[in-house]
Ligand binder design. Structure first.
Ligand SMILES: Nc1ncnc2c1ncn2[C@@H]1O[C@H](COP(=O)(O)OP(=O)(O)O)[C@@H](O)[C@H]1O
Ligand SMILES: [Mg+2]
Length: 374
């Protein structure tokens, strides 16, 4: 948003009652400010009415529809002073800010967050909505006195939509723009496939690994061309197996990814089973689900066990013939490989496999029909 527009916002009154008192954050298409009315504080999301992207009206209707715990409530949506405005419950810091403060999160904190992320995503999926932009910035902690700092909230429903089981496209459209954020997007979303519940869950998995290890294998990949960059990130995601990605972490993380990546487009995930994985880790670690996060600990000498762990797969920083963390010299992808070619090849393989699976399924069906007649 233009600096001049921003400079004039403080003390401005919207809807004849909400006075803008300070900036909170600036997103890609919007600005978030703190507003006051009747000694109560709220967050207000503003979108310039002249901008062609109008995500705020979709966001407002989604939030009203999704109303529930761990989603901020809305007090008003409308237009005033040249902006579309959404006023909602005031919350605290987002998880990216907390992560930058802490450097990385402990296993306990990640389990506490994972459980809540899965609960809130289950709530929205049960209402038939998929979020499509899961990332640390879109999970926000509560803030006293307006909300409870123990609890995690999901925000930013601008890209959310109703899951449509008839919209599955098995043709890979690389030209289609990615909906979401490349770092955390699922492999299928990056390949241009229509998203469903499984994609939100895969993204949650990437967020958790990022919190524990402080990085993801595709961070640092660059290209001047955004489409090429996305392709390279996608190839790296495809190359990185669940066990490579979760190397050194409790086995439940591999189970999480294996489960999410094997979900069918329409399949309803087993959220209880996934939440149970994180409860199991807590139990093994002899920790309790007490909402005491790293940032609530009085002594700051908590050991973050995983933040220096690397991944098994080759990263750009590793040279050829580099020996990975365990000292075992697993084959590393050849450097300098043409990513587009590689992506095309992987996609061809996947398409051929899909065709083969389809044919096998049809044959099976034919066989079973035949059996029925007899
Ligand atoms: N209700 C809220 N209370 C406090 N901070 C918020 C609230 N909503 C958003 N924010 C802050 O503003 C940032 C951007 O908001 P978001 O809705 O994600 O905008 P964008 O769509 O531009 O990404 C968030 O990451 C969070 O830090
Ligand atoms: Mg956001």
């Amino acid at each position: 948003m233009d600096d001049e527009v921003k400079a004039n916002l403080i003390d401005k009154i919207f809807f004849k009652k909400y006075r803008c008192i300070e900036y909170i954050a600036e997103g890609s298409f919007s600005l978030i400010v703190k507003v006051e009315y009747n000694n109560q504080y709220y967050a207000m999301k503003l979108e310039d009415i002249r901008k062609k992207h109008n995500l705020l009206s979709n966001e407002a209707s989604m939030m009203i529809f999704l109303k529930g715990p761990n989603i901020p409530y809305i007090t008003i949506y409308g237009s005033s002073g040249g902006f579309n405005l959404l006023t909602m419950q005031l919350l605290g810091n987002n998880l990216q800010t907390m992560f930058e403060r802490e450097g990385s999160f402990s296993l306990k904190t990640v389990c506490l967050l994972a459980f809540q992320m899965l609960s809130v995503i289950e709530h929205i999926h049960n209402k038939g909505v998929i979020h499509r932009d899961i990332k640390p910035e879109n999970f926000v902690l509560g803030k006293e006195p307006e909300s409870n700092p123990k609890y995690l909230y999901l925000i930013d429903f601008g890209l959310s939509k109703f899951f449509d089981k008839n919209s599955f496209n098995d043709i890979i459209t690389n030209k289609k723009n990615l909906t979401g954020t490349p770092r955390y997007a699922s492999i299928n979303a990056q390949r241009g496939l229509e998203q469903s519940m499984r994609d939100d869950l895969e993204s949650i998995g990437y967020v958790l690994i990022y919190f524990l290890k402080g990085k993801l294998p595709w961070m640092g990949i660059n290209d001047r061309d955004q489409i090429q960059k996305n392709k390279k990130i996608c190839v790296r995601k495809i190359e990185t197996s669940s066990s490579d990605l979760c190397y050194g972490l409790p086995k439940e993380f591999v189970e999480y990814f294996d489960y999410c990546k094997n979900l069918e487009f329409e399949q309803k995930p087993d959220y209880s089973m996934l939440k149970e994985l994180f409860m199991k880790i807590l139990k093994t670690e002899k920790e309790r689900f007490d909402y005491v996060y790293d940032w609530n600990e009085v002594e700051k000498n908590k050991i973050k066990k995983y933040n220096h762990l690397d991944f098994y797969c080759r990263s750009d920083e590793l040279g050829e013939n580099n020996i990975n963390q365990t000292g075992d010299n697993r084959p590393i992808v050849v450097q300098g490989m043409d990513y587009s070619e590689m992506l095309d090849k992987i996609e061809n393989d996947i398409n051929n496999k899909n065709k083969k699976d389809k044919k096998e399924k049809e044959n099976e069906e034919k066989k079973s029909k035949f059996c029925c007649i007899f």
